[in-house]
Ligand binder design. Structure first.
Ligand code: NAD
Length: 510
């Protein structure tokens, strides 16, 4: 493993990484678990192949770690928890700042491997590495400025809130923004004094493997953070339901969220933070058009970004666009030509993450064809099972659809790819009703120049996040999470503190 890491570590440009992959001549790279501060082979585990989305070829394998391996990792995290939870905030802060600094020094390396592994373009990957660095810096400094609430009860008692680390956590992440989402969990978990077993998606494990060696180099004490690889069924399920696990921070699909909730329902005190799927609407009001040219251009740009950034593979992507009837035709025309010009396969739009995901998206496009939707951009692939893309990579053109009825599965189910529907609405009430007509409630983009409407509509939307004339801007202290089937709990700043700490109220007599 050490030689492998050294080799991977030399690939700090796409050219070098591609040359390294070609030199292996199809021989995959074998990634190993990181447990108790060491990379460990897992001879008893079956191995899972992970393919490179842009070529369709096998890139590496990960162990499908069985329950025994998961338990070994949890044990390591549990053994070190008493010592780690008692380290001073200053010590934890310094270690996390070192991790951030090492990530910064190796920014391009991480961006290169993230882009190759997930299918995203390198520019997008760089943004996500920068956000991963911010995750560590934010929580490393947050803990230095924490305050505790104290109250006096009528001269009878002084009470104060005492928080302590909640214990050992399972941190589970999906494949769409692998490093960013995993560090969004690891950074607060360690900062607030907890220890962890992290499991990245089996589809995109490379950046977690590289991150493990950063933890080694930063001299984070062994066992504090363990990383195990594997599938949800074999590795994830025993991890979340282990009685030694005190909390689960999970980001992924709603069905998996439900399974985790069921599996842990009897463990009442287990902390659960579930960040799940979405089917996010973008509402475009006519005042965006009647305002300045700049406001119209911004509306088009923001709606397109929200639909197609990272191939539409962001939980916050706006895949249902609703446009006020008066400007519908004009919006469809300008939006389509903007997307044609700005979202070009292989230049600004990458490949989708896996063969399974490619087939899932094609399935929705076939439904659209059967329902006679208009394909203004994009089309269904020629073959039904998508086998040809196994040789050429998982590329899907940006797809713009109109004429999709509200009853269509395309309007209610999460496609999570470069596919957007555009539908007209007649009134503000109808726009709100359409936006809220979903089992999900993660995010909404609201495009309007009317200040009163921003608040009036914004406050009626059933969504954890409402972006007005913008999308994806974040401040890490703000609450992040969804309503309805998009999740439970919030993360970010003091909301993450709630996830990773337990509170006791201490009453002192006066
Ligand atoms: P997924 O639910 O299939 O998998 C997510 C992770 O859970 C993976 O690591 C997987 O191995 C693991 N897993 C699967 N079954 C498990 C089980 N029974 N127990 C424990 N772990 C299990 O999701 P995905 O396909 O990897 O990711 C896409 C989904 O993630 C989309 O629905 C997307 O909206 C969602 N997502 C949500 C957010 C958010 O912040 N709300 C962010 C990104 C992605």
């Amino acid at each position: 493993t050490n030689t492998l890491i050294q080799d991977l570590w030399k690939c700090d440009s796409l050219e070098k990484a591609n040359a390294f992959i070609r030199a292996r001549n199809g021989g995959p790279i074998h990634l190993h678990n990181f447990i108790d501060g060491k990379f460990q082979g897992s001879p008893e585990a079956k191995r899972i192949n992970s393919h490179e989305p842009k070529t369709g070829k096998i890139l590496y394998t990960v162990p499908d770690s069985p329950e025994t391996t998961v338990e070994e990792a949890i044990r390591a995290a549990k053994d070190i928890f008493p010592a780690w939870s008692k380290t001073s905030r200053a010590v934890r802060s310094k270690l996390l700042m070192t991790v951030a600094e090492l990530l910064r020094q190796n920014r391009e390396l991480f961006a290169v491997w993230e882009s190759i592994d997930q299918g995203k373009m390198i520019e997008r990957a760089r943004v996500e590495v920068d956000r991963a660095i911010s995750n560590f810096e934010y929580f490393a400094t947050f803990i230095l400025h924490e305050q505790t609430a104290a109250r006096i009860i009528d001269g009878v008692a002084l009470t104060y809130e005492h928080r302590s680390p909640a214990g050992v956590f399972a941190l589970i992440s999906p494949w769409n923004m692998p490093l960013y989402l995993l560090t969004w969990k690891i950074a607060p978990c360690l900062a607030f004094g907890c220890t962890a077993v992290a499991k990245p998606s089996e589809v995109t494990s490379m950046s977690a493997f590289l991150l493990a060696s950063v933890f080694q180099d930063a001299e984070v004490p062994r066992g504090v953070i363990n990383i195990v690889f594997g599938s949800g069924a074999t590795t994830g399920a025993p991890l979340v339901s282990s009685p030694m696990i005190n909390g689960v921070s999970f980001t992924g699909g709603t069905e998996t969220g439900k399974a985790i909730r069921k599996a842990t329902a009897h463990q009442i005190g287990k902390h659960l933070s579930l960040e799940l799927g979405g089917k996010n609407p973008t509402l475009v009001f006519a005042d965006s058009r009647t305002g300045s040219t700049a406001s119209w251009q911004r509306a088009i740009k923001v709606a397109a970004m929200a639909a197609f950034e990272n191939q539409g593979e962001i939980c916050l992507c706006g895949s249902r666009v609703y446009v006020e009837s008066a400007i519908y035709a004009e919006f469809v025309r300008d939006f389509t030509s903007y997307v044609r010009e700005h979202y070009v396969l292989g230049k600004t739009l990458g490949a989708v993450a896996s063969f399974e995901h490619y087939n899932k998206i094609q399935g929705y496009l076939r439904i659209a064809k059967e329902e006679n939707a208009a394909f203004l951009l994009g089309n269904v692939a020629d073959t039904v099972d998508g086998t040809q893309c196994k040789e050429t990579g998982y590329w899907i053109e940006p797809t713009v659809l109109t004429g999709v009825p509200e009853t269509s599965r395309l309007q209610s189910e999460e496609i999570f790819g470069p596919v957007v529907t555009i539908t007209p609405f007649d009134s503000e009430e109808e726009a709100i009703r359409l936006a809220n007509n979903s089992e999900y409630g993660l995010a909404v983009v609201l495009l309007t120049t009317d200040g009163a409407r921003m608040r009036r509509v914004g406050e009626q939307l059933e969504a954890g996040l409402v972006w007005v004339n913008s999308w994806l801007t974040r401040e890490l202290g703000t609450p992040f999470g969804g309503m309805k089937n998009s999740g439970t709990g919030r993360e970010g700043g003091e909301y993450s503190r709630d996830v990773f700490t337990v509170i006791r109220t201490i009453h002192l007599p006066t």
